[in-house]
Design a binder for this molecule. Sequence first.
Ligand code: F6P
Length: 506
Amino acid sequence: MSWSQQRLEECIAERLDGATLVVVANREPYIHVFEDEEIRCMRPASGLTTALDPVMQACGGVWVGHGSGNADRVVVNENDRVNVPDEDPRYSLRRVWLTKKEEQGYYYGFSNEALWPLCHVVYKRPRFDTDDWLQYKSVNQKFADAVLEEVGDCPALVFIQDYHFALLPRMLKQVRPDLVVAHFWHIPWPNREVFRVCPWQEEILDGLLGNDLLSFHIQYHCNNFLHTIDRTLEARVDMEHFAVTRGGHTTIVRPNPISIDPEATASRLPMNLDHVERKLRKKWGLKDEKILVGVDRVDYTKGIPERLAAVDRLLTRHPEWKEKICFLQIGAPSRMHIPNYRQLNDDLHAQVDEINWRHGQGAWRPIVFLNEHHNAWQLATLYRIAAVGVVSSLHDGMNLVSKEFVAARTDRRGVLVLSKFTGAARELTDAVQINPYAVDEFAEALHVALSMPVEEQENRITRMQQQLAENNVYCWAGNLLSEASKLLQVPQSVEEQIAQAVEELV
Ligand code: F6P
């Protein structure tokens, strides 16, 4: 039986048996911002929050996250909580406030200038700064305090997200060894040789071994993690059962690929799609060109310059596509306080201008770059009206844009061009897979995708949609939370204790 939101809701309610579910993620699923003196609730551009919000809507509980919106403080109650979503509250969001100094050191600094490039290995040098590290430690402690306050004395399953909280599992276990702590690491884990340059590697690894369950998207990253432990810490690594024992405590390490809710994506398509498409084409100055679409946060791991270079090369090698295609790149600005990200944003504008100047003819330009955030409804429409979806990450834990593109194709048309260096490439084997570093190969793949017969498009999309229906986000959460909840020891009521004693007696 495949997983649905309802099955997850029933299964987790049964498994938790009264224990609280606490999700900890740096990014909050709903951000409140002032806009024209009104307060607006926004959804961030984040695969993590897109995937986890429907899970929390199904399971209920508390999400502990950084309150980053300028109106966030206005809408919370005296316990820094707000119920979300606004229109139909299903769970509680507990906001943790950070000073600018903390945000700079913990989020921009250690998380995104040290761990992010360290784990992605895309040839950006990690920056290890001692002050950032100290902020990272103290913010992990701040989140630990908030979680402990949320759970009180009750049994709870704490489900931690990502590389912002490597130290949190150990901090929680030191105070409450009975808590069940599971952690999903959304980005790749590099091999031991790469990781060993980190000056605080032992503390990070020890922090992660506070978890009862630690999960990555793919087995390869689990193996990298286990090898890293084996070479760095005093611990028993069991490669047969994928588990690590240190100081009498065991952490199990499992692969579990994250996904989306494909039905929810499809349901975001407008009824009057043709009308919307006509309006959008007019807005972008397009006639009937085939649209290729790329949707990313502006991040150097996403391979956006490589993709634009491939479009450039396509038009040089196959000039017959001139005036027949348009590459639409959505680039949501991201982490703009980090110099590498600001630089990339500027470089992309320059690269687009250059390519448009070189190949443009009359009013036609090959690339439209929309350097702004788009919401989930707008993105579903863009995926649906494109002929080709392009995902060219240089390295990516999963990449949910590729899955959203497939799910939005209710017409069973369209071709996905997908980097083989994404976790998604292991599941979406009917995509046209590319090496984004190989510009000629990439350009040829775009040509193949643009020329693919309709019947083949239909076969490929159908198979990928079947795979998504089976392995949706409820399957991801269901497997993970079921495994973790086996470790919960919920205190028995007096009646239950008597019943168990009687059973043991007879
Ligand atoms: O992929 C890693 C990740 O942290 C995701 O978990 C998240 O979707 C994305 O990057 C967004 O990053 P940020 O929260 O820093 O904007």
